[in-house]
Design a protein around this ligand. Structure first.
Ligand code: MEV
Length: 313
């Protein structure tokens, strides 16, 4: 094929972020409306060229933030098996609707879309493990020590329960409408994860208690999801947000957004992803109420909000 194309979508972590790095289970939901599309075209005789919203030019002059992207291209072309593919000269185009540095899995989604484009280019299919490994290689460059949840979630059709490196679909007994609010502040997942590691080394008892409570919340939420129990899920979200604050990844601004969502009638709200900036996720009773919550979040400073309804895949 002359050109390969691939897509992937954003994700939001509902429960278990950070604790998942220490082996806890976690729940993630897909955000299908925030999609990334990639195109790879072999271009003999020239270096890897990247065209994206962040940067256009050759890989060797690309900024640091694109290192995971370059890793993904090399890993994906290598994995699809063509002789010399890892060194192959190509043009990569990335069109992403996923804001970067907002805890929505943009780096994993770009890598997943690249893996799909490389497989499409060579007319092959990657098995789930090979695919996961390509995304994880890029994620290691982006975040240092990724649990693998983002890599699984950005290619899953529906909500997943992630544990010990693998993911399985989780049931959702009733459609759940979430409002996602961008705090407008980028959060570095790598820095947030490193901060938790340092605080855990300094105060293991207190940190491990919070991490195990976050694990219990995630585990217990599986039944609430299956039952479609919004009220129970909302309480768990508020509890999880407080614990994420305790392990040091919330901010005054994220707390204010959670409080605004709650005051506007949300069942619950919490930061989602790495924290220290990024996004807040709120659970609404209905799509009509979601509009009201979104308005409240925007008037509390969120530059943009999205509404998504999650149902079983
Ligand atoms: C990032 O989306 C979730 C974190 O738990 C990091 C990870 O799992 O690799 C903060």
């Amino acid at each position: 094929r002359a050109v390969g194309t691939g897509t992937a979508h954003a994700k939001a972590i509902l429960f278990g972020e950070h604790a998942v790095v220490y082996g806890a289970p976690a729940i993630a939901v897909p955000l299908h409306q925030l999609e990334v599309e990639t195109m790879i075209r072999p271009t003999p005789g020239s270096e890897l060229r990247i065209e994206s919203e962040l940067f256009a030019g050759t890989a060797s002059s690309a900024p640091e933030v694109l290192r995971p992207v370059i890793t993904a291209v090399r890993a994906a072309l290598g994995a699809v098996g063509a002789v010399g593919a890892e060194e192959m000269q190509a043009q990569l185009r990335v069109r992403s609707a996923i804001p970067h540095g907002r805890g929505l899995g943009s780096s994993a989604a770009v890598a997943a879309a690249i893996a799909r484009a490389a497989a499409d280019l060579f007319g092959t299919e990657l098995d789930a493990d090979a695919f996961h490994e390509i995304v994880q290689r890029a994620e290691r460059v982006a975040h240092g020590n990724p649990s693998g949840i983002d890599a699984r979630a950005v290619s899953a059709a529906g909500p997943i329960r992630f544990h010990g490196g693998s993911a399985r679909p989780t049931g959702v007994g009733a459609p759940l409408t979430f409002v996602l609010a961008d705090s407008g502040v980028p959060g570095s997942t790598a820095a947030a994860v490193a901060g938790v590691r340092e605080r855990r080394a300094a105060d293991p008892v207190r940190m491990d208690r919070a991490i195990s409570q976050l694990a219990d919340i995630a585990e217990g939420s599986v039944l609430d999801l299956e039952l479609g129990d919004r009220s129970a899920l909302g309480s768990r979200m508020l509890e999880a947000h407080a614990l994420l604050g305790r392990i040091g990844v919330s901010t005054v601004q994220l707390d204010a957004l959670v409080e605004a969502a709650r005051a506007a009638g949300a069942h619950g709200a919490k930061l989602t992803g790495g924290g220290l900036g990024g996004c807040v996720l709120a659970l609404a009773e209905s799509e009509a109420q979601a509009e009201h919550i979104a308005l409240a979040l925007r008037s509390t400073g969120a530059p943009r909000t999205w509404t998504t309804t999650v149902a079983a895949a």
